[in-house]
Write a protein of this length. Sequence first.
Length: 310
Amino acid sequence: MSVILIAGPTASGKTDVSVTLAKKIDAEIICTDSMQVYKRMNIGTAKVTKEEMDGIKHYMIDKLEPNVNCSVAWFKDEVKKYINDINSRGKTAILVGGTGFYINAILFDTTFTQDTNKDYKQELTEFTNKFGKEALFEKLCEIDPESAGKIHPNNIKRIIRAIEYFYQNNETISSHNTSQKYKRLADDSPYNYYYFVLDMKRELLYNRINKRIDIMVKNGLVDEVRELYNDGLTEDMASIKAIGYKEFYPYFRGEITYETAIENLKINTRRFAKRQITWFKHQATPIFIPVDEYGFDKYEISKFILENIK
């Protein structure tokens, strides 16, 4: 099965390029952005509009309510179904997004396990409350010293998850992670894939981010977030942890000013874009496209992609 992946940091122009390419090769698009999967979260996630789709079918958009947690295991399985369906109809699937962990999970069919039962998780939590986080960390040191060397003793959530994993699978989570890492390094993918990353000069990217946020605010971003806030969606939910949403909750509570919330959003988005770029540069196979050198011309960029696929 063949897939084309168009990745890149936020505000790099992935939507325009992917739609242009899809029209040229009669492809369909699967969004691999972990936040565009949520309904009612349109402006803050820069969700593709009907007009921007330009008649091209898009998948993995508006699949979940914001109060539902989107797990990477579920996301990967859903995307696999769409890839299989698109390929079965003789079309090519174009994966578009910037969530690196999700991209790798799809490309290399990462194996995930379900969480253990809630009773055991509660048991570990009660153990921590009674004996302290140091005692919990000692448990981890006994069963998985490699993970203990990588997880901070204060990170109770990760420690509990590592202990859970061991008792569920009779295998340490460090061994599991190592096997998945070698799988990626060996380029062991079930797909014949082409991996492109849209890139540009850092200062130019940051300017594009700032301008896009100004447009989002003008288009009603704050009202979109306020509606979720008023409906009782809380900051511990995965959807509200998204950049573009979490920044406004302190403003709604009167803890910061409107201007500070906007500035925090710009800062967090620029930092996120930097982390995205770092992620992609550490992957083994992407072809980086300096979109600024192509004048952000979606036709020229899609032409470059086609030439490299051929």
